[in-house]
Ligand binder design. Structure first.
Ligand code: RP5
Length: 163
């Protein structure tokens, strides 16, 4: 993307990418300039620190961070940036993502991570769009239209049931 990214979508491993595609797709749908990177709290801790400390100065507004297992990435990034951080618990091999969820959601008071459901990167993307839309009337209209489309799909399913 050529424009300055407003949303960063980061993840602990390339194995998280299939899950995180949901957030990427949402940014693309709403035309939000975004960047995607692999950053590990454990394998590349110094790169994570550098990214998190500089994110707001680069013009980013929201960070979406996904990780699985001992999922420290969202919380560590949140501790290093004043930007809002949305955490995505990635489904894990052995504990189906419960470990990821607990690691991400149980933040101490003072350092929040807005945590979505296990594997639901789509909601993380939407939440990022809605945060940006709260002070962008045009984008807010797009969010309202998205909700109307969502409602229309339910109405269409109901109509199908009646026929
Ligand atoms: C975490 O470890 C990553 O977020 C990933 O979900 C998990 C497993 O990573 P890989 O071993 O697949 O690289 O740090």
């Amino acid at each position: 993307m050529s424009e300055t990214p407003l949303v960063a979508i980061v993840m602990g491993s390339d194995s998280d990418l299939p899950t995180m595609q949901g957030a990427i797709a949402l940014c693309e749908r709403f035309g939000i300039p975004h960047e995607v990177a692999i950053l590990s709290a454990h394998r590349t801790p110094l790169a994570m620190v550098e990214f998190a400390q500089n994110a707001h100065q680069r013009g980013l507004k929201v960070i979406i961070a996904g990780a699985g297992g001992a999922a420290h990435l969202p919380g560590m990034i949140a501790s290093l940036t004043p930007l809002p951080v949305i955490g995505v618990p990635v489904p894990s091999r052995h504990l189906q993502g419960l470990d990821s969820l607990y690691s991400i959601v149980q933040m101490p008071a003072g350092i929040p991570v807005a945590t979505v459901a296990i594997g639901n990167a789509q909601n993380a993307g939407l939440l990022a769009v809605q945060l940006l839309a709260s002070h962008n009337p045009e984008l807010l209209e797009q969010v309202i239209a998205y909700r109307q489309e969502l409602a229309a799909t339910v109405t269409a399913k109901n109509q199908k049931l009646q026929t």
